[in-house]
Structure formats: C-alpha cells, structure tokens
Design a protein. Structure first.
Length: 239
C-alpha cells in the first residue's frame, strides 16, 4: 500500500506585491504634497488667517504718522501677500518731507511702513513762500511745526547746494553763530554771523582747515573775514 502524499503549502512570493505597494506609496505621497501645496496657497493668498490686521508706522510719530497712514492707504483684511507694497512706498515717497521709505510685510498680519524724514537745516527766503532746506539742498514743507532758530539762506540751484554743503560741515561752535547764508555759485558761499560780521567761506572744500583759520583771524576785530583761500586769509573793514 502506497503511503499518502501530503502537499506542502506553497510559499507566497512577496516580490510581486512590493512594486505595487511602492507605487501606491508614491501616489499617496504625491497626493499629500499637492494637498499641502494647495492648502498653503489658500492660506497665504485667499484666507483671512494671514490678512492685514494692523499697519504700523516707524520713524515718525503724531501728525506725521497719521499722514503716512493716510497716504499709504494700505487696505485691511486683505491677504498680506496681495498687498502692493511698492505702490504704498511710492505714495509715501511722494510726500516732499519724506527722505526715504520702506514698506515691508510683518508676518503674519502686519504691514510696517518705515519712514526717514528730511531734516531741515535752513530756511530758504527770497520768494513768495518760505521753504525748509535739507543738507542736500532739497526744499520741502515740513509736516507739523517748523524748527526754530534755523539760519536763512538766499541761493538757488548750485549755489543752494553749495551753501547747504557748507552749513552741514560747519563745526557746532561756528554753526551756532550763523544767522544767514548766501551764494550764487559753488565757490562764493558767504555767512552772516549774529554779530553782523560776514565770513567769505568760498566753496565747501577744506571745512576743518577753514574753521581753524577763521577762529584764529577772528581774534582780530573786523567786519569781513575771508577764508575762501585758507592759506591766505584776509580781514578788512568796508569803508
């Protein structure tokens, strides 16, 4: 009698399933990536989660800050990513008392407008209206109260630029004594002091040397001090 045969179970070949599993995992990873990207796009560009809640001005305060806010006209409750920061920057830059401005996003919900205002160092006179002048010779109307004690200047064009360059480089002890300036060219800037004396300063070159020479010759009483050529200074009294 023949002994019965027992069939052993065949081993399952897992190698056939691995490629399909990897394909499913890759498809799942792609789907998840697409969903994540879509969700991020919706969050940044369309949702109110990252919308503008506040617009903050730095660099100026009070009336100036209110003027900047009004001029920038940044819309609120708009997604931060959709705010046209360049348009806001150009609008604020159009204010003549603003020297520079930067508009940036302060994530997650803030727009920051950083302003540097022009600093007046003199008052332009001679026309129908007065104007403040900064160190570059740029004229503007200050926002708010005018600074007190600024010297007057009578000049135009390159003469005004030269006068402001001279004024910006004067040492403090001399600057405090200046009440007015005048110039027609780059090389004929003159200063009138509180005493009524006149200083012929010339160009904006060699400011430290000219100041040193002026201090020395002012020990001699005169009505006009000429340091336009500091190597050969002169003093005299007009007849």
């Amino acid at each position: 009698m023949t002994a019965p045969t027992v069939e052993r179970p065949r081993a399952v070949d897992l190698s056939d399933h691995r490629p399909r599993r990897r394909r499913r995992l890759r498809i799942l990873a792609v789907v998840l990536s697409v969903l994540l990207v879509a969700g991020a796009c919706w969050l940044v560009w369309f949702s109110s989660v990252l919308a503008v809640k506040d617009v903050r001005v730095v660099g100026v305060e009070g009336v100036r800050a209110e003027t900047v806010l009004t001029t920038a006209a940044v819309p609120r409750e708009v997604p931060l990513a959709l705010v046209d920061t360049e348009a806001a920057r150009q609008a604020v830059q159009g204010l003549d008392w603003v020297e520079s401005v930067d508009v940036r996003r302060g994530w997650p919900t803030e727009i920051v407008v950083a302003v540097t205002e022009r600093v007046p160092i003199a008052v332009l006179v001679g026309g129908s209206e007065r104007a403040a002048v900064d160190a570059t010779g740029r004229t503007f109307t200050p926002e708010g109260a005018w600074a007190k004690g600024l010297p007057n200047v009578r000049a135009q064009g390159v003469g005004l630029e030269a006068a402001m360059s001279v004024l910006a480089t004067l040492p403090d002890d001399l600057l405090r004594r200046v009440v007015s300036l005048a110039a027609t060219t780059r090389d004929d800037v003159s200063l009138t002091l509180r005493s009524g004396d006149v200083v012929r300063w010339g160009s904006a070159e060699q400011p430290e040397f000219k100041a040193q020479v002026l201090r020395a010759i002012m020990k001699r009483k005169a009505d006009v001090y000429d340091v336009s050529a500091p190597e050969l200074p002169t003093t005299f009294r007009p007849r």
